[in-house]
Design a binder for this molecule. Structure first.
Ligand code: FAD
Ligand code: NAG
Ligand code: NAG
Length: 509
């Protein structure tokens, strides 16, 4: 890490980044703000969009957020026994500054930390088990992989340093019209290249061995994205950053951030499913025609529609994820873009683990590993197996050893059969299964990533998931879309798709 990024980070940590020195053109010279904005979907993306749209457009605009299901989307919890547990997005990186900013703004504390311990399972036995002693882990890894582990951390760090630039750009109000331009602004051609090739190609190119990829990297991509090292290099780096220390979660459940942002943004939640969006043109008093978006929506009591100046789609436009018809647009907007979402089934089991399943002779009473990752072996039925803690950690909580009945979380590509459960657990008293179309099925190279701008004032937030899917990515995209909507509304092109921002802003800090 060079001193310059160090100081940038230090500033970011001090929280100076969101007090910012964004010199806004005085609002008087701007045209009237929009009257009504619709956001479709109340996951972290849609609720963060509502938050940033309020920030950009001020208190006068009415913001409606449509959501037929529970607020939170892929951030969700289920109750098992007396406690609630995360079934979807669970961990947040310490440098995910938007998520951090949200909880500070909302006054929600992070969840109390319970130390974790990792192991790797090859389908027969545990090939690696983290010790409580840092030096032992270090020596074990050094013995088997030389300095690969350290080099991997440095590689991830170098990508993270560039990634962090987005916070400065957004603080100064800069926005981007495509995923490619956003990535390019952060990491130049290098980011476009790693986004367009597999993690495997990228890391082999960086000099990592196939053995290291199979034994260390693949287990990490499998637990985070349910996929192999053939995901793109960018999401791969995000995945590896997700294996660093200092990960956190939100006390009481990550989805609390979504309901908090909705409340804070003073948006109205409309519990209905959007069925179609069409463009309507109307002559206006002052001369030129203006267009509006008609949003049609349905709930149990029937269907209705309303007109909006701006619409933000904050759900994936993909098969199985949503089904929205766009009519009257030229060129046409598809309901579904090419590419599919990958299935990950989350199974929570309140039960007792069968230690022999892991091929270990360790005593269950001494087995305190929390995360068991798996290598990519033929016929392996699970992606990972973790001992998990409630969303709110009770006082005096200590993670119980494997000899106790406790809650385990299994990620698998298919639902687990009774036979498979019986192989893994000696006994159980409850099981909860959540099948997710969890994240894109990453298959680089890409022909084209979906656009952020679907039509003049119709935006698409989840396009960025094709670079990487994570809570923070949705939050970054939400802020980008809010800035874009603002600048385009007021025809301020100076903050859209600017080149060389990194060099130009260097003097500003
Ligand atoms: C099992 C799993 C584990 C994960 N682990 C992590 C992790 O540890 N860390 C991390 O950062 N990320 C993780 N992720 C990814 C993260 O959860 C997602 O990237 C993020 O939550 C996406 O948020 P979103 O708001 O963009 O989309 P969503 O949460 O999918 O929100 C979209 C919303 O739109 C609604 N909707 C759909 N159609 C319509 C319609 N027609 N009208 C109105 N509303 C509609 C949906 O009901 C949904 O609520 C994980 C995901 C899964 C599934
Ligand atoms: C535990 O797992 C082992 C190895 O897979 C299996 O042979 C054994 O039958 C299992 N024990 C029980 C009680 O299910
Ligand atoms: C990614 O690779 C494909 C095929 O090699 C190419 O057509 C496309 O333009 C590339 N995209 C980017 C952003 O580099």
């Amino acid at each position: 890490m060079n001193p310059q990024t160090l100081s940038l980070r230090a500033l970011l940590f001090l929280g100076l980044w969101h007090t910012g020195r964004r010199s806004l053109a005085s609002t008087s010279e701007l045209k009237d703000p929009p009257k009504k904005i619709a956001v479709v979907g109340a996951g972290i993306g849609g609720t963060a969009a509502a938050f940033y749209l309020r920030q950009e457009f001020g208190p006068g605009v009415k913001i409606d957020v449509f959501e037929p299901e529970v607020v939170g989307g892929r951030l969700a919890t289920v109750k098992m026994g007396d406690y609630e547990y995360e079934t979807g997005g669970s961990v947040i990186h310490p440098l995910n500054l938007h998520m951090k900013h949200f909880i500070e703004k909302l006054g929600i504390p992070p969840r109390k930390d319970v130390p974790s311990k990792m192991a790797i399972f090859d389908g027969k036995e545990l090939t690696f088990e983290e010790s409580d002693w840092f030096i032992i882990n270090f020596l074990r890894l050094l013995w088997r992989y030389g300095f690969s582990f350290l080099r991997m951390q440095m590689w991830v760090e170098s990508i993270l340093d560039k990634f962090m630039r987005i916070y400065q750009y957004q603080q100064y109000g800069y926005s981007f019209t495509t995923v490619e331009r956003l990535l390019h602004a952060m990491g130049g051609d290098g980011f476009l290249t790693i986004m367009n090739q597999t993690l495997e190609e990228t890391m082999i190119g960086e000099g990592f061995s196939q053995v290291f990829l199979n034994e260390i990297v693949a287990p990490i991509t499998r637990v985070n994205y349910g996929q192999s090292v053939r995901i793109n290099g960018f999401v791969g780096a995000v995945s590896l950053a997700g294996a660093e220390s200092g990960l956190w979660a939100v006390d009481g459940g990550n989805k609390r951030v979504c309901s908090g942002l909705l409340y804070h943004s003073k948006s109205e939640l409309i519990p209905a499913k959007v069925t179609s969006v069409s463009v309507k043109v109307r002559p206006s008093k002052t001369g030129p025609t203006t267009s509006y978006y008609e949003v049609n929506y349905a709930d149990e009591s029937g269907s209705a529609h309303a007109l909006y100046d701006i619409v933000v789609i904050a759900t994936p436009l993909h098969q199985g994820k949503s089904d929205i018809t766009f009519s009257g647009f030229s060129p046409p907007i598809p309901s579904h873009y090419p590419g599919r979402y990958h299935q990950t089934v989350t199974t929570l089991v309140h039960g007792m683990l069968n230690m022999s399943y892991l091929g270990t002779s360790e005593h269950a009473s001494e087995f305190t590993v929390s995360d068991i990752l798996t290598t990519d072996t033929k016929g392996s039925m699970i992606n990972s197996l973790s001992s998990i803690d409630p969303v709110h950690i009770p006082a005096d909580y200590k993670r119980p050893p494997a000899s106790k009945t406790k809650v385990w979380k299994v990620f698998s590509p298919q639902p687990l059969s009774q036979e498979q459960l019986k192989e893994m657990f000696l006994s159980w008293d409850s099981v909860s299964e959540t099948p997710w179309l969890a994240y894109p099925s990453y298959r680089p190279p890409h022909r084209r990533t979906p656009p952020f701008i679907l039509h003049n004032r119709l935006y698409y937030l989840n396009a960025l998931e094709w670079a990487a899917s994570a809570m923070e990515m949705s939050a970054i995209s939400a802020r980008n879309v809010a800035l874009l909507a603002h600048h385009r509304w007021h025809s301020q092109t100076g903050r859209i798709d600017q080149e060389d921002l990194h060099t130009r802003l260097r003097g500003e800090l």
